[in-house]
Design a protein around this ligand. Structure first.
Ligand code: FE
Length: 431
């Protein structure tokens, strides 16, 4: 079974990564940053967690306002470093733990948290700034992460209480994961700061001290504070400390603080904490009961013949294939595809099996492999076939035989007007 070995709190300012990249270890102004992280590095080296469950927010790098969500869980198997304007930092990509992420997704959704899922997104300083000080990473990181991106930039954002409750649910999910994994929870952000407007430069060390004290001893009190109160006491952007409550919620009621540091070089205090669990009696639900509850909604679905639910594991497996098919909604991409698909297959690194299925228009194999139907109908539109042809092919029937099972023998596709009337459409009566 997976075990939570403890929780880490850390600021995630770009200064942390900057100090490391510019080798400021011996500079007296920057040295306290490194001193604050040293005990955390030692603790991680001792506990050797396999996975860091990493709670952070993106700073409008990979998550934009065309689709902004509260809790975006990373379900992929690899994350690279984002370019935030001057090229990405020179850090290796970090592995994701897709299996744990999928289990957590099911656990949180069973507890009625509405998640979004992401993969193949580069992560910005919210993640990699503290991560690069927590773990050694040359030539590679010693473990994997499961990133949880919290949308704290576009209001309304989740409440402090919601974050704490999500942490509680996260604990149940992680502790019921059947694999023997050691997991540390990392909450990032804060502490007090404001980076916009006439109030830019606001800090409040007494509030930071009180916050850290309450986080350790009475976190429930912190869940009663509104976002406006957090902003008043800790600066507007400082309200992101609600992410530390997710970490705290995933720990036991009482915790042992084994480290705390606080240093304010410029705009944002750089704080670190480590909490260890103090066992709090048997859980209300056994791991088996939790797993049964988590699996309740989809129980038995595997028995439906000819049905392939588009689960996170299929989505991760077929990500590049679906990404390729999705790209065909762009006119220039479908033109390239119709001219010669092979260079596109190579660019997106499709496997030979994936290329073969697309070349053969093997609709049934594509669905069985992990392509989602709604991208197959786009491919159909691009190559000039109809949805009905695809349905018949998936069933392994001729179009004529499949049409006999319908009340009306019509043909249609999702194609627009770009290519004019298709061959199959010319034969149909005017409508
Ligand atoms: Fe932030």
């Amino acid at each position: 079974m997976a075990t939570i070995v403890g929780g880490i709190g850390s600021s995630h300012t770009p200064t942390i990564g900057f100090a490391l990249d510019t080798l400021k270890q011996k500079d007296p102004v920057w040295a306290p940053i490194f001193e604050g992280y040293r005990p955390v590095q030692q603790w991680l080296a001792e506990k050797r967690p396999d996975v860091l469950f990493f709670i952070f927010n993106d700073h409008v790098t990979s998550f934009f306002f065309d689709h902004y969500s509260h809790f975006a869980l990373g379900v992929g198997d690899r994350y690279s470093v984002a370019d935030e304007g001057g090229g990405p930092r020179n850090l290796p990509p970090v592995n994701g733990h897709s299996g744990l992420a999928r289990h957590v997704a099911h656990g949180l959704v069973a507890d009625e948290f509405d998640l979004s899922y992401f993969q193949a997104k580069a992560l910005d300083h919210g993640c990699f700034s503290p991560l690069s000080l927590l773990w050694p990473h040359e030539p590679a990181w010693p473990g994997a992460i499961v990133p949880l991106q919290v949308g704290v930039l576009e209001f309304p954002i989740p409440t402090a209480k919601r974050c704490f409750r999500l942490g509680r649910s996260l604990r149940r999910a992680i502790e019921s994961y059947p694999e023997d994994l050691q997991v540390a929870i990392v909450g990032t952000g804060g502490l007090s700061h404001q980076v916009h407007g006439e109030r830019a430069g606001f800090n409040n060390t007494p509030w930071d001290t009180e916050f850290l004290d309450l986080l350790e001893k009475d976190p429930v009190k912190l869940t009663e504070i509104t976002i406006a109160e957090y902003a008043a006491r800790g600066g507007f952007e400082g309200a992101e400390v609600i992410m530390w409550l997710i970490m705290r919620g995933a720990l036991t009621e009482q915790v042992k603080k084994v480290h705390q540091s606080y240093y304010m070089p410029s705009m944002t205090p750089i704080a670190t904490v480590i909490y260890e669990n103090i066992p709090d009696g048997p859980p209300r639900e056994s791991d088996m009961e939790i797993r049964a509850r988590i699996g309740h909604e989809l129980a038995g679905i595997e028995k439906l013949p000819g049905t392939y639910p588009f689960t996170l594991s299929r989505s991760v497996k077929a990500y590049r294939l679906n990404d390729f098919l999705h790209s065909l909604i762009q006119p220039e991409k479908r033109k390239r595809f119709l001219d010669d698909p092979e260079p596109m297959f190579a660019e997106i690194r499709l496997t030979e099996e994936e290329r073969g299925m697309v070349r053969r228009r093997d609709w049934r194999a594509l669905i069985q492999y992990g392509a989602i139907f709604f991208l197959l109908e786009k491919l159909g539109a691009v190559v000039g076939t109809t949805n009905l042809h695809i349905y018949a092919a998936m069933r392994g029937e001729s179009l004529e035989n499949f049409q006999k099972t319908r009340n009306a023998q019509v043909l249609y596709s999702v194609a627009g007007q770009e290519q004019g009337k298709k061959e199959w459409d010319k034969k149909q009566p005017a409508h």
